[in-house]
Design a protein around this ligand. Structure first.
Ligand code: MG
Length: 314
């Protein structure tokens, strides 16, 4: 009898303890969620206003537009908001600080948005570009020299003896931290952001009658790597509309969801063999057909959520 009453009392106490614990847990979770929501709301406030004066680290949880620019003789990174650039101090890939200095976009010269240690590119990465050729089993990687990079607005110069130079509008990955042998899931954490690129290509030197052993000049001649105008972070780069225009006519149009090897797969594959470092860029491949350009043309690569990379041809 006593034992039975004791068991009943124990069961009551246990139930009361569990209910109290659950209620405390609910309270804590609610507090956590509230705290997180408050933080997100604060982060979403106009950063240029909230942080420019304080020099505090920039928030990385929201989408940001980073540019590199020259004003007078000074070159700096900046955070673009509308047509205003907030100048940054420090390394773009290591918590740069906002300064109180602001510039109007129209008052600066935009440069390629970072200075990559290396420029990697992927070929044959859209079915629409491959046509009847067999699809590659792994990403087809090649290098472009860093000297081919071209600022937004600067001319693509067709070499004197070139007869068949084409545009290639592409989404470009910007790496934010060192990566070696990362999985596709881990690759997402080393991708800093994305930008627009034009993988300019001389077809006769690439695979035509004057084919070279490597694509050193076909893909790497000076000015064959327009890049920019901004690196955008926090963007779902898996489904963005990419369009290339030649003299205003849309000549390439494709979603990045049609990439045969998506951005994390490319980064993971490259990192199995070659270490990636902050600032490295990877051109991800071009869709559809391409055409020859001539002096006087204007080529634009526009990617949804990023902007338009526009270059004249000289
Ligand atoms: Mg290409």
């Amino acid at each position: 009898m006593v034992a039975s009453r004791l068991r009943g009392l124990w069961a009551f106490l246990e139930h009361a303890h569990n209910a109290l614990a659950a209620s405390l847990l609910r309270g804590l979770c609610a507090f956590d969620i509230l705290q997180h929501m408050t933080r997100r709301t604060l982060l979403a406030a106009p950063l240029a206003l909230s942080q420019a004066q304080s020099g505090v680290p920039l928030a990385q949880e929201q989408s940001q537009r980073y540019v590199r620019f020259r004003r007078g003789s000074a070159i700096a990174y900046g955070l673009l908001d509308g047509d205003t650039i907030t100048e940054l101090r420090g390394d773009l890939f290591n918590s740069p600080k906002a300064t109180a200095t602001k510039h109007k976009l129209a008052a600066v010269k935009l440069l390629a948005p970072c200075v990559p240690p290396k420029v990697i590119a992927v070929g044959l990465n859209y079915k629409s570009h491959i046509g009847n050729r067999p699809a590659p089993k792994v990403p087809e990687i090649f290098y472009k020299p860093v000297t081919c990079l071209t600022n937004p607005g600067d001319p693509i110069r067709i070499p004197e003896d070139s007869r068949n130079t084409h545009y290639e509008g592409e989404l470009v990955i910007v790496i934010g931290k060192p990566a070696s042998r990362v999985s596709a899931a881990e690759a997402r954490t080393v991708i800093f952001g994305v930008t627009c690129g034009n993988d300019v290509s001389e077809r006769d030197w690439q695979g035509g009658p004057e084919k070279d052993l490597q694509w050193w000049r076909a893909k790497g001649a000076d000015t064959f790597g327009p890049l920019g105008p901004a690196i955008v972070t926090g963007l779902d780069y898996g489904k963005l509309l990419l369009q290339t225009r030649l003299n205003g006519e849309v000549v390439q149009k494709q979603f990045t969801s049609d990439l045969l090897f998506d951005c994390p797969a490319i980064v993971s594959f490259v990192s199995r063999y070659v270490s990636l470092t902050a600032g490295d860029v990877i051109y991800t491949g071009t869709p559809g057909a391409t055409r020859k350009m001539k002096a006087g043309d204007v080529v634009e690569v526009e990617i949804e959520g990023i902007g338009t990379l526009k270059n004249p041809v000289a």
